[in-house]
Design a protein around this ligand. Sequence first.
Ligand SMILES: Nc1ncnc2c1ncn2[C@@H]1O[C@H](COP(=O)(O)OP(=O)(O)OP(=O)(O)O)[C@@H](O)[C@H]1O
Length: 286
Amino acid sequence: MTQHAVRVRGLRKRYGDVTAVDGLDLDIEQGEVFGILGPNGAGKSTTVEILQGHRTRDGGEVSVLGEDPGSGSRDWQARVGIVWQDESAPAELTVAETVRHFARYYPRPRDPEETIALVGLQEKADSRTKALSGGQRRRLDVALGVIGAPELLLLDEPTTGFDPVARRQFWELIRRLAEEGTTIVLTTHYLDEAEALADRLAVIASGRVVAQGAPGTLGGRAQARATVRWTEPDGTPRTEDTDTPTRTVAELARRIDGEIPELRVTRPTLEDMYLRLIGEAQEDAR
Ligand SMILES: Nc1ncnc2c1ncn2[C@@H]1O[C@H](COP(=O)(O)OP(=O)(O)OP(=O)(O)O)[C@@H](O)[C@H]1O
C-alpha cells in the first residue's frame, strides 16, 4: 500500500469575505512530483501555506507526513522544506554564510557547499545576498528550502524570474531531488514546467480541484481527438478532427503523390486542456 505524503479532505479557508479555499481534496503520494496549477487567486499559495503549517485553516482534514500541520512537531517541521514566493534571506550575509546559517536549524542538514553547487551558485558563494540578481536570489531560496534535506519540499512558483537556462537547471535539480526520494509539491503558471516535472497535476479554480491526473491524461487529454492539417496540391489548406489520424494520413498518402504538403498531426497540448478546464470552471461558477 502506498502511504500518502499529503492527504487533504474538504479544506476550507476564508480571509474575511473572500473564500480562498472551498472544499479542496488532495492525495499526494510519497516520492511523487505533484504540480498545482490554477489562475491568479485560485487558492494555490494558501493551500501550500496550510500544508506547511504557516497558515491556519477554517475547516477540513489535513495530514502531511502523517501529522496535522496545525500542530506539527519541531521534528516534523524539519522534515518539510518550503520555498515561498517572496523569501527574504538576511541581506548582509554572503550566500555561503546564509546557507551555513540555515543549515544549523536542522538535525541532519545537507552539506552547505554541495547545496550551493546544487543550485548553481558556486561563483556567487562569497557575494552578499543583497547583490544577487532576482533569479540568483530565487536559487538561494531553493538552496534554503532543501538545506534541511526535507522529505517533502513545497515550492510556490519556484522559477518565476528565472532565465530559460536557469529554469532548465532548476528542472534538473528537481529531478535529482525526486530521484533521491524527496516528495515535491510545486505551484506554477508555466505549463511546460508542469509537463516536464510533474508525475501528476491538480488544476485548482476558485479554491477547488477541478481536474487531476498525469499531464498526458489530464481532463481526458489522451482520448481527445487528433487534428490533421495539410495543404492540397492546389494550395488549399485543410484541417480534419479525427479519432483515427493514422487512417486519415494513409488515405492522404494514397491520394497525393509524394510528400503531403505541410502535413501535421496534433493533439491538444496541456495548455489547451488547462484553458478548457478553467473556462468550464468559470462557466459553472456563473
Ligand atoms: N493574507 C490575505 N488576506 C486576505 N486575502 C488573501 C490573503 N492571501 C490571499 N488572499 C486572497 O485569497 C485568494 C486566494 O489567494 P492565493 O494567494 O492562495 O491564490 P494563488 O492561487 O496562489 O494565486 P497566484 O497565482 O496569484 O499566486 C485570493 O482571492 C486572494 O486575494
